[in-house]
Ligand binder design. Structure first.
Ligand code: AKG
Length: 304
């Protein structure tokens, strides 16, 4: 199984997972234990991604051409200024499902959903689906995490980010850097290390096109410089516990036409059904908590 093809009404994540694993387990226990222990996991390309890599690449390139320097600003319009890049050094694209319905297939990849459930041990929802590609000579980020730290070890983890790669990635074209086991720490990375420089414990796994790198949202990681300038297209799927807010308010930012094309599982995961809780803000991410904890104004926790 490579994506969910069922379209029955979904009442809970438990229901969804049961349907995904109706016939067989999607991931081995060993893989899930690795994710819990080290905070990351590489999942080798499945048949769906293998068969559709070309299609995704050409669709991504079409939107890069169309959005250009305006890419990635969906939901963040109050911060937008003419000519200001969403992230200097990287090509970004946001609200991908509204751009083309094929991107909605990425949110129902069973391996990703199983990881999200395993990490959160809770009801889950999709909070964001964004494209990032580091550009030649740039793309370096500060070491960060994608959600606020847990206050105590007994607190549940918030979720995962699944990085879906459409090109091979290595240290030459900006493979992500990560520090295994840091998801277990109880504070922001800057409380322990210098987040601006490379850390001696960090690793940059070699990743093939179609592979998925799963990170616990609390794992310390960062983007690297794309030295060679070779393409490194990647989509980040952010999944959190259902009670947490979305990076993009999908009830507001998906049109009625797009919503009508989605399956019941996708509507459940995006929390866009009438019965789903309404989010007031266009976008809520880790930045909100970072700025509060460090008494900052408009400073990114990722930019160097
Ligand atoms: O693109 C990458 O390699 C990592 C990006 C990342 O960690 C982020 O933008 O939060």
């Amino acid at each position: 199984m490579n994506k969910i093809n069922i379209d029955k009404e979904i009442k809970s994540t438990k229901d969804l997972i049961k349907k995904i694993e109706e016939n067989s387990k999607v991931l081995k226990k060993k893989q899930l234990n690795f994710l819990n222990k080290y905070g990351y996991l590489i999942i080798k390309k499945n048949k769906y991604l293998k068969n559709n890599l070309k299609l995704f690449r050409s669709e991504i390139d079409k939107h890069i051409k169309k959005d250009g320097t305006k890419g990635g600003w969906e939901g963040k319009k109050t911060f937008y200024r003419k000519g200001k890049l969403f992230e200097p050094g990287a090509q970004r694209l946001g609200n991908l499902i509204e751009k083309n319905i094929i991107f909605s297939n990425l949110i129902i990849i069973p391996e990703i959903l199983i990881c999200a459930r395993n990490v959160t041990k809770d009801e889950i929802k999709v909070c964001g689906l964004n494209f990032r590609e580091p550009l030649k000579g740039t793309g370096y980020q500060k070491i960060h995490m994608d959600w606020r730290p847990r206050k105590k070890k007994s607190e549940k983890f918030a979720g995962i980010v699944a990085m879906i790669f459409f090109d091979n990635a290595n240290t030459q074209n900006g493979a992500p850097r990560l520090i295994p086991r840091t998801h277990l720490k109880k504070n922001w990375p800057e409380k322990y290390i210098n987040i601006n420089t490379r850390n001696k414990k960090e690793i940059s796994p070699k990743i093939n096109a179609g592979d998925i790198l799963i990170l616990n949202l609390n794992l310390w990681h960062a983007g690297s410089t794309n030295i060679s300038g070779k393409r490194r297209r990647m989509i980040m799927l952010n999944i959190k516990r259902r009670r947490h807010p979305q990076l993009l308010n999908y009830q507001k930012f998906l049109s009625s036409i797009t919503k009508s094309k989605l399956t019941n599982s996708q509507k459940y995961l995006l929390a866009i059904r009438d019965s789903d809780k309404k989010q007031k803000s266009d976008s809520i991410g880790v930045g909100k908590f970072y700025k509060k904890d460090f008494h900052l104004n408009n400073i990114s926790h990722k930019r160097v």
